[in-house]
Design a protein around this ligand. Structure first.
Ligand code: DAK
Length: 260
């Protein structure tokens, strides 16, 4: 998993893949190379048992300042339709079954904010700024911004941000429920990696099921969601990891989950 033009990839600890968006000259604007590299990397990581969780980050100045405006500006309607350049990458991110944590410092704008929102949760540095400023360019969010932002922060703030293009700082984003925690800039990666290591130490099967269940809360009614939860809870008793987790508690030792 090396040799990318637009990504820097590391394995800082067992089971954790750290992916840095790396187009410093364009504040990590998302172009077709970056999206195809990220999609390909996630496809590989999805099938690799050694990867249990992904941390996605940018630079201190920008997580990503949006889709690459220079790449898009001259495209015609027909080209945009044919290219459909976000759809494939978005699908691969949305369908990635393992957890992805977005560690956001600086700008997360337009497609950058949408990319962060596609992750499972966002840890933000105090310098993070979120926005959907597409209206300034005469367009609208195009990879879920109008839908996800509204679900996360509610209609009033979503309308305000999307129609005025104002940015939300980290403190407001945390109050509004867009981010799970805010930490000092120099602690961002450390905090995200600690959270990732914690997840990587859990039963990978239980992690997959827990992720699926929380995602279902956005797609289904409460009654159906709770019924699904009960069924998946029952089914976890088919795995050795459940026996190991409960035995370890009773025996006052650390569990050794095998993902079976
Ligand atoms: N695209 C391309 N280049 C960008 C960029 C972007 N989004 N953002 C910044 N850059 C480049 C700048 O042009 C500049 O390059 P040079 O001039 O040095 O060559 C370099 O990064 C540094 O930026 P600045 O000089 O502007 O830096 P500042 O600190 O002064 O300002 C800023 C930072 C983030 C406030 C500013 O750069 C800015 O406003 N950037 C644009 C933010 C924005 O409008 N984002 C939304 C983009 S539209 C689709 C679905 C969705 C989308 C598209 C298609 N389909 C379904 C097909 C999504 C659209 C968007 O995200």
């Amino acid at each position: 998993m090396t040799d990318f033009q637009t990504l820097l990839v590391e394995t800082p600890s067992d089971g954790v893949l750290l992916v840095r968006l790396n187009r410093p000259e364009a504040l990590n604007a998302l172009n077709s190379t970056l999206l195809s590299e990220l999609g390909g990397l996630l496809d590989k990581a999805g099938g690799d048992d050694a990867v249990r969780v992904v941390v996605l980050t940018g630079s201190e100045k920008a997580f990503a300042a949006g889709a690459d405006i220079k790449e898009m500006s001259d495209k015609s309607y027909a080209q945009m339709m044919k290219l459909d350049f976000f759809t494939d990458a978005a699908r691969r991110i949305e369908q990635f079954r393992k957890p992805i944590i977005a560690a956001v410092s600086g700008y997360a704008l337009g497609g950058g904010c949408e990319l962060a929102m596609m992750c499972d949760f966002i840890i933000a540095s105090e310098t993070a700024r979120f926005g959907q400023p597409e209206i300034n360019l005469g367009v609208a969010p195009g990879i879920g911004g109008t839908q996800r932002l509204t679900r996360f922060v509610g209609k009033a703030k979503a309308m305000d941000m999307i129609l005025t293009a104002r940015m939300m700082d980290a403190a407001e984003a945390e109050r509004a429920g867009l981010v799970s925690r805010v930490v000092p800039a120099d602690k961002l990666i450390e905090t995200a990696l600690e959270a990732a290591a914690k997840i990587a130490g859990h039963s990978p099967l239980a992690v997959l099921m827990n992720k699926e269940l929380v995602e279902a809360a956005y797609e289904t009614t409460l009654t159906t969601g709770v019924a699904l939860e009960r069924r998946l809870f029952h089914s976890l008793f088919a795995f050795e990891d459940q026996k190991e987790g409960m035995a370890a508690f009773v025996e006052k030792r650390k569990p050794d989950f095998k993902g079976r």
